[in-house]
Design a protein around this ligand. Structure first.
Ligand SMILES: Nc1ncnc2c1ncn2[C@@H]1O[C@H](COP(=O)(O)OP(=O)(O)OP(=O)(O)O)[C@@H](O)[C@H]1O
Ligand SMILES: [Mg+2]
Length: 470
């Protein structure tokens, strides 16, 4: 399963020349990030970290990941419509986790008032690693599904050309032809366009909720550009702008600077630090509106680690997707072990198992944006502190997936070219639009697209502070 670029990786001079070519091609293709020094300006930009060589994905696992994506779309949609399930699942978490509690509070307010939104749009990304099973064959194991601000669809659309370039420089034309084309930003834009169309107001625009300091703007622009080509205009505003200039009319139509909004696409609002009191008010205003939110608050809650853990409990998938045993089997085949840490015997047992074999588990809080999970000794210390406290319910435990490492070069600005051991993670984007009146997904489905990233074994690009991207 591991990729081997053999003797190529021994030749330092060749690697340096290839890296120069790859970086120039990445810049030319638009695999770009703003810099940490100037995150609000595009005056100075650099390339986003990437691998010199592409990594192999077993074709059977890629097909499996494509096939199960439709099931995940249906599942996320079903959970987001099931208020009893969300309430029961998150009841212990919201007592101990302020951020989830705040989101849930908005959810309850909107439910109480009555949901004005009738069209729902999911732009989700399901992330996987490949783990060797007992029989030696590679298995697809889900890390999690991201239901808000799932990123890198834009940049991932441009990386195949870079990898093809590197292989063509090496005269490896057969291998270059095997690098699959990839265009998630087109699929994501098609989803937004369909939601915009179903909203049904020709002059309405798309509102992208943006961060002030946004290094990953080119990823977002790729989607904006696709929409503009369809004559759908996108305006970028911060939560602060919404609180100052956003309003609802008597039908709860959303207006921003006097302009009607059909779709609100969040590229902010997934981490506690992104919310001031003012921003929470803005989020509530958006949620109360009839604009299509991507995601609506219920779908954001569906993406919590706690929901992921409860979905793995026996009988839950069957309850949520009745009469669909094949979909249930496909979904379950991708699940790793997930364990509740709620107070009680079940949680006690999970903690004892993790303390006895820390290398087999990951401790996860209800957070997005990376860098929050605890492993090894850090996990042990946290569990020792948490084990008798109700606060433990704000975490879940997950089986640690162990993909096989392989050698590659991670290229990032300012770092020398060197060969390191890497692991791969595969992200599959799923796009769906559902119409509440019909209570089923409208006949719109895209072949899901994928992005692929490589990280070193710590989960980050070596030496780099993990950027808060989902
Ligand atoms: N069960 C696991 N086994 C091995 N590695 C894991 C596991 N869960 C998470 N990781 C690693 O930690 C990273 C972050 O985990 P996760 O996706 O759960 O958190 P997140 O904060 O939602 O991240 P993201 O910003 O990617 O959405 C993953 O990309 C993966 O590298
Ligand atoms: Mg995530």
């Amino acid at each position: 399963m591991a990729t081997s670029w053999g003797s190529l990786l021994q030749d330092e001079q060749l690697l340096e020349e290839l890296a120069r070519q790859a970086v120039d091609r990445a810049l030319a293709e638009g695999v770009l990030l703003r810099t940490t020094q100037e995150p609000s300006s595009s005056d100075v930009v650099s390339y986003a970290p990437f691998t010199l060589f592409p990594s192999l994905v077993p074709s059977a696992l890629l097909e499996q990941a494509y096939a199960v994506q439709m099931d995940f779309n249906l599942l996320v949609d079903a959970v987001s419509q099931n208020s009893a399930f969300l309430e029961q699942t998150l009841s212990s978490t919201i007592k101990m986790d302020n951020f989830t509690a705040h989101l849930f509070d908005i959810y309850k307010q909107v439910l109480g008032e009555g949901i004005a939104q009738t069209v729902f749009l999911g732009l989700n990304r399901s992330d996987y690693m490949f783990q060797r099973s007992a029989d030696g064959s590679p298995a697809l194991k889900q890390i999690e599904i991201n239901t808000i601000s799932a990123s890198f669809g834009g940049l991932a659309s441009r990386t195949p050309a870079v990898h093809q370039h590197v292989l063509n420089v090496l005269n490896k034309t057969k291998e270059a032809a095997k690098v699959l084309s990839n265009n998630p930003s087109k699929g994501l834009a098609l989803g937004i366009a369909k939601a915009w169309e179903l909203y049904g107001s020709a002059n309405a625009q798309v509102l992208l909720i943006a961060q002030e300091k946004e290094r990953n703007i080119f990823d977002q622009r790729a989607i904006e550009n696709e929409l503009l080509a369809k004559k759908i205009h996108v305006i970028r505003r911060r939560f602060e702008d919404v609180s100052e200039k956003g309003s609802l009319d008597q039908d709860r139509r959303l207006f921003m600077d006097g302009q009607e909004i059909a779709v609100v696409y969040f590229r902010d609002g997934y981490m506690p630090t992104q919310y001031s009191t003012q921003n929470w008010k803005a989020r509530l205003l958006l949620e109360r509106s009839c604009a299509v939110k991507c995601p609506d608050i219920a779908t954001q809650l569906t993406g919590t680690k706690k929901v992921q853990q409860e979905l793995s409990r026996a009988g839950v998938l069957e309850m949520l997707l009745p009469g669909q045993p094949e979909a249930v089997a496909r979904l379950r085949a991708t699940f790793a072990g997930l364990y509740s840490l709620d107070m009680g015997e079940e949680g006690d047992q999970a903690i004892n198992e993790a303390l006895a074999a820390p290398n087999r588990f990951v401790l996860k809080p209800q957070r997005e944006g990376g860098g929050n999970n605890l492993y090894g000794e850090e996990m042990v210390q946290a569990l020792e502190q948490l084990k008798d406290r109700e606060e433990r319910a704000s975490y879940i435990l997950m089986e640690k997936i162990e993909p096989e490492p392989f050698a590659n070069c991670l290229l990032r600005p300012g770092s020398p070219v060197r060969v390191v051991q890497c692991i791969s993670e595969l992200g599959i984007f799923g796009v769906y639009v559902s119409n509440f009146c019909l209570r089923r997904q409208v006949p719109f489905s895209r072949k899901p697209c994928f992005r692929k990233v490589e990280k070193d074994q710590s989960g980050f690009f070596p030496g780099e502070e993990h950027p808060p991207f989902t």
